[in-house]
Design a protein around this ligand. Structure first.
Ligand code: MLT
Length: 404
């Protein structure tokens, strides 16, 4: 449920350009009006003022999908997709009321500032209006899987899509897609060894087979026979194993920032070294080693909060989980032949600046699979869903819409 509700607004002629289209400045104004109207209908337009703070826009991303003209009635849906101590992220979807066509999607990050312009914690009354923070908002269910229980986020109704995270991330790497792909059933587990999933103490509690069978246990537990499998990097490697073991459970594939090749001798040495770091210095030291290669330069420069989110995800891994995953990554087989045998609709997604599974690797992987599409996400590194959420979600939504 969104605290903002849905607001309908009419496009006025003076908001349109010489060709009659709603112009960019007017769209931003319209979104702002929708937010204030929602406050007026709810806690009052003076919600921020009476708490001595102001929501300052820090970032706005807009994707235009269809033109709007004077006299069109637009329906603005606003959802809270993220909330930190001082910041909040709102997502707007603007639809034309007459035919429900999506006109634009926007994501806006606000920081709460005090009267002298300093970032300040969101006051309680405003926090209550916005609803629970994302991390506590969706209580994962617990699902038995072999010798452990897994924490699984399950949201919405419709075509089931299983979101599988990478290393060393967790299900929140898909936070934007889980919040916004509202027309499908989103199922996102944490791997064993991660966050509130169970963590076998020894490295032999972890293998590609176990990770793949865990995913099938999740599907069984939520009553899903066939799902679209959407994997990021290591999530892709686990899906390749699932394709070998349980191909009948796969309706379609989304392979993001991943690759079929096994580790080179040098990469295997890197896994050994990282295992030592994990054992000696813990998870935070592991992520500091990995971070420089994970994010696009643009992400590092303009979205420092993304690096923070990556650190938080890595922090939630147990050391046995890290060690077990590193051994699994090191020993994984070549999946080229597995992919040649795929006969389901497939979308390959790759960040334009991914250094770990670069665009050429993604294109070559798509060529292995009959009919697969490859979509390069601009200005993203190895974590496209988190670095460029709008572009990634849009590519995923377009692909899902076309699945029979
Ligand atoms: C991942 O994101 O899952 C890792 O980069 C996979 C890998 O290291 O091969």
């Amino acid at each position: 449920m969104t605290p903002f509700g849905t607001i309908e607004l009419t496009v006025y002629p003076y908001e349109c350009d010489a060709f009659g289209h709603l112009n960019q400045a007017a769209l931003l104004t319209l979104l702002e009006r929708a937010r204030w109207d929602a406050l007026a209908r709810g806690p009052g337009m003076d919600l921020f003022d009476r708490n001595g703070v102001w929501p300052a826009v820090r970032k706005a991303t807009i994707e235009y999908r269809a033109p709007a003209f004077a006299r069109d009635v637009l329906r603005v849906e606003t959802t809270v997709v993220g909330r930190g101590t001082t910041s909040m992220t709102l997502r707007h979807v603007v639809r034309r009321a007459s035919d429900d066509a999506t006109v634009a999607e926007a994501e806006m990050v606000f920081v709460c500032i005090d009267r002298v312009g300093r970032a300040t914690p969101i006051p309680d009354e405003i926090a209550r209006f916005l609803g629970p923070r994302a991390s506590g908002g969706h209580q994962p269910i617990r699902v038995p899987a072999g010798d452990v229980e897994l924490a699984v986020d399950v949201r919405g109704e419709g075509l089931p899509v299983l979101f599988v995270h990478g290393f060393p991330f967790d299900r929140t790497v898909w936070r934007h897609q889980l919040a916004t792909l509202s027309r499908v059933r989103r199922i996102a587990p944490n791997f064993r060894g991660v966050g509130n999933s169970g963590a076998p103490p020894g490295a032999d509690g972890y293998s590609l087979t176990r990770y793949a069978d865990d995913l099938v246990a999740v599907l069984d537990a939520v009553g899903v026979r066939q799902a679209v499998l959407c994997g990021l990097s290591m999530g892709g490697y686990v899906i390749f194993e699932l394709l070998r073991r349980h191909p009948e459970r796969v309706k379609a594939l989304i392979l993001a920032d991943t690759k079929p090749d096994p580790d080179s001798a040098e990469a295997k040495r890197g896994r050994e070294e990282l295992t030592q770091v994990a054992r000696r210095d813990g998870q935070d030291a592991v992520i500091e080693r990995l971070l420089p290669r994970l994010l696009a330069a643009a992400t590092q420069a303009t979205q420092p909060e993304v690096a923070g989110q990556v650190r938080e995800m890595a922090h939630r891994w147990s050391v046995p989980g890290l060690v077990g995953a590193l051994r699994t990554l090191r020993d994984r087989p070549d999946s080229t032949d597995t992919l040649r045998g795929v006969r389901v609709p497939t979308l390959v997604l790759v960040g334009s600046e991914d250094q770990i599974a670069p665009p050429d690797t993604g294109r070559a992987m798509a060529q292995l699979i009959p009919g697969a599409q490859c979509h390069v996400v601009p200005a993203a590194g190895h974590i496209a869903p988190l670095e460029q959420p709008l572009a990634t979600s849009r590519a995923v939504a377009d692909f899902l819409r076309a699945i029979p």
